[in-house]
Design a protein around this ligand. Sequence first.
Ligand SMILES: NC(=O)c1ccc[n+]([C@@H]2O[C@H](COP(=O)([O-])OP(=O)(O)OC[C@H]3O[C@@H](n4cnc5c(N)ncnc54)[C@H](OP(=O)(O)O)[C@@H]3O)[C@@H](O)[C@H]2O)c1
Length: 280
Amino acid sequence: MEKKILVTGATGTIGKALIKALTEQKANFVAATRDVNKLPQKVNAIAFDFEDASSFAKATADVDRVFLLAPPLNTKADDLLIPFIEHLEQEKIKRVVYVSALEIDALPSMPFHANTIKLMQSKGFELTVLQPSFFAQNFKNYEFENITKHNIIYAVAGEGKVGFVDAEDIGRVAATALTTHGHSGKFYEITGPELLSYFDAANVISEVIGKTIVYPNPTAEQFTQTLAQAGAPAFIADYMIDVYSLIANNRVNKVTSVVENVTGRKPTSLKEVIKRDFSK
Ligand SMILES: NC(=O)c1ccc[n+]([C@@H]2O[C@H](COP(=O)([O-])OP(=O)(O)OC[C@H]3O[C@@H](n4cnc5c(N)ncnc54)[C@H](OP(=O)(O)O)[C@@H]3O)[C@@H](O)[C@H]2O)c1
């Protein structure tokens, strides 16, 4: 009989969507977080910290599948995850659905997802790798104040195009990969339905919220300066410039049929996500 699914990153953008999908499916899962108070009481939660090996045993008790998510903005995420991956190996928990990112391997400065995948492959894990495109939720999560107070979206993405993806679609792909067979060894490039530039995204947001939002298309120097003036640590600008270069250099200008193939549902458009996120 199947045991439980452990969901790491359960309080995050994908994690919340995955929990919703698993709950709808009535799947047996446990949600991991450093602070169980962050999750609704009806969710089966467990205290868990990648940095605290003493939290691993309880979190993986009666678990046979793991959704593994590395926290963002951490260029040492591979090192952070190693002790937990070794624990999974010891416990013979081999079925893992891991979140990487679309075309991230094109960035020499960000080898952490590739390193983590290689480590799990070398240990013989039954691995499914999710490679989502840029989240449509980034506008709510990271640009809310810019949009609502300053009427801009601020990225250093040039004129490149990207298939913004709804985190709920990622959550549904993850839930399917965790609860049905045939996904081991697969790499799923998960995108939304249409290619949009940041100029296009500004138009979509303007239309939905009913005021003009501008994408100023800053240079890397302007972007770095603006973030420094806003008090952000220097590494954030460097990290974001690298990530946005995937769009600016047209590395991620693709849409795939993964969402529909895996879940049977059409992917959600940026416009629908903006409506959902900005009408709350
Ligand atoms: N944003 C994008 O456009 C995009 C695109 C492609 C791929 N990605 C990838 O997606 C991942 C980020 O996903 P997300 O946006 O869903 O994350 P998120 O919303 O920022 O949430 C991060 C999660 O990590 C957990 N966490 C942080 N430190 C932890 C620790 N020491 N131990 C255990 N859990 C810890 C947090 O849980 P608690 O605080 O509750 O403990 C939280 O649930 C990254 O790996 C990124 O590379 C992002």
